[in-house]
Design a protein around this ligand. Structure first.
Ligand code: ACO
Length: 402
């Protein structure tokens, strides 16, 4: 049997694969995607069943530890997460060092990276206990970190976590509560928020997860690695697409202008793309988008905003694109970001908070992949090769002779 790993290790195989379209960098037991069927499984469980029957912290447990928890295990896990939702009080000063108009993703990258300077007892990756504490801390603190980035940007006081609330309700309250009045969390909105978290929890070796794996392959501490993942997620081709999508829908503005934008998306000389459409792996409907669409309908009905112009543009754009031969031939379907932005907008989040919410939810995926990688006896530092196409050897020329 040809041992491909051995051949790679010996340097007998060299692949040139920009964008890693057909190169696996690891083996993994966490998430499976069948892009042609439009199927996404976490530890074998279909995402639509998890979104329907489970909730985010239970899915976190499943991703991290490989099995659905018993009632006792779940209670213990939720209790541990709840104990760690507060941020070190010194971190308040860290927030205050940013400009008020800083993008919340910029703040999150900085604050999460700075956790390495605050939580020294969970940075040694060789110690399983420290790895576990870092895991729980990151999952527990991410809603506080994201909510505070938002509160800072709008000049309102930080709201501290309330640990009698569930994970999603706590996040909504930390974002929308103001000192003068207590914020009542609507259970339908809390459920929709939890679903958004669940649907974004993991997606195998996407760009930000691969960034986390590559960063941690050098032995860097978990907070630094997750900060690297947040930075990668920010880009508009990845997690930044939900913000870019809503901004695009607003720019289109009315149903009459849709054909103009469809024509631009098809024009090879125009760099414009329909945001929220297409995916590297899914060549069918993104299964997360199906659930998100249903959730969007529930939230919009509750909030009475079905007639909002952005939503009307979104619905009509989806209808036209799905019937258009260009999108059909290239198998470009709406992805999860197409609908998540509509829900978050209706809930009252500014577009700048869309990607931070994605980062909050994806943290568990990043950590699960990080834990898996560290426990892998085959783990070695990630070091891609290159195909050199620059100048051949030449002699240095003194400056006066150039
Ligand atoms: N609008 C118009 N045309 C598109 C779009 C789009 N949204 N997406 C892809 N295409 C076209 C490309 O122009 C290309 O055409 P060609 O074959 O004639 O050159 C073809 O479809 C294939 O596109 P690639 O860029 O090669 O596909 P890739 O797998 O590299 O890119 C990506 C996937 C980045 C998601 C792309 O579809 C895109 O830019 N979409 C818009 C941004 C977006 O929604 N990103 C969110 C991704 S999901 C997530 O991160 C959670």
């Amino acid at each position: 049997v040809l041992d491909i790993r051995k051949l790679y290790a010996q340097g007998d195989v060299f692949t040139y694969d920009p964008g890693f379209t057909s190169t696996a960098a690891c083996d993994s037991t966490i998430t499976f995607i069948d892009g042609d069927l439009g199927e996404l499984l976490h530890r074998g469980y279909p995402i639509d069943q998890l979104a329907e029957k489970s909730h985010f912290l239970e899915v976190c447990y499943l991703l991290l530890y490989g099995e659905l928890p018993s009632a006792v295990q779940l209670e213990d896990f939720e209790g541990r997460v709840t104990q760690h939702t507060m941020l070190h009080e010194q971190m308040v000063y860290f927030y205050r060092g940013f400009r008020r108009d800083a993008h919340p993703m910029a703040i999150m990258t900085g604050v999460v990276g700075a956790m390495s300077a605050f939580y020294h007892d969970s940075t040694d990756i060789t110690d399983p206990w420290q790895r576990e504490v870092a895991t729980i801390r990151l999952i527990a603190k991410m809603p506080t970190i994201a909510a505070w980035a938002y509160k800072f940007s709008i000049g309102q006081p930080f709201v501290y976590p309330r640990n009698d609330l569930d994970y999603a309700s706590n996040f909504l309250r930390m974002c929308f509560s103001v000192p003068a009045e207590e914020y009542e969390v609507n259970p339908i909105l809390s459920r929709a928020m939890d679903r958004i978290f669940t649907l974004h929890a993991d997606h195998e070796q996407n760009a930000s997860t691969s960034t986390v794996r590559l960063a941690s392959s050098s032995g860097a501490n978990p907070f630094a690695c997750i900060a690297a993942g947040i930075a990668c997620l920010w880009g508009p081709a990845h997690g930044g697409a939900n913000q870019a999508c809503l901004e695009m829908l607003r720019e289109i503005g009315s149903v009459e202008r849709i054909p103009e934008y469809i024509a631009r998306a098809k024009d090879k000389d125009d760099p414009f793309r329909l945001m929220g459409f297409g995916h590297r792996v899914y060549k069918n409907f993104d299964p997360r988008a199906k659930v998100m669409k249903q959730s969007a309908d529930e939230v919009l009905e509750l909030l009475g905003v079905e007639n909002n112009p952005t939503l009307q543009v979104a619905k009509e754009l989806e209808r036209i694109a799905l019937e258009d031969p260009y999108f059909k031939d290239k198998k470009l379907y709406p992805n999860v970001d197409f609908y998540s932005g509509i829900i978050l907008d209706a809930m009252g989040f500014p577009t700048s908070m869309f990607t931070p919410i994605f980062a909050l939810a994806r943290t568990v995926g990043w950590i699960s992949q990080w834990k898996e990688m560290i426990a892998d006896p085959q783990m070695k530092i990630g070091r891609p090769r290159q195909l050199y196409v620059g100048a051949t050897r030449r002699d240095y020329v003194d400056v006066e002779n150039r």
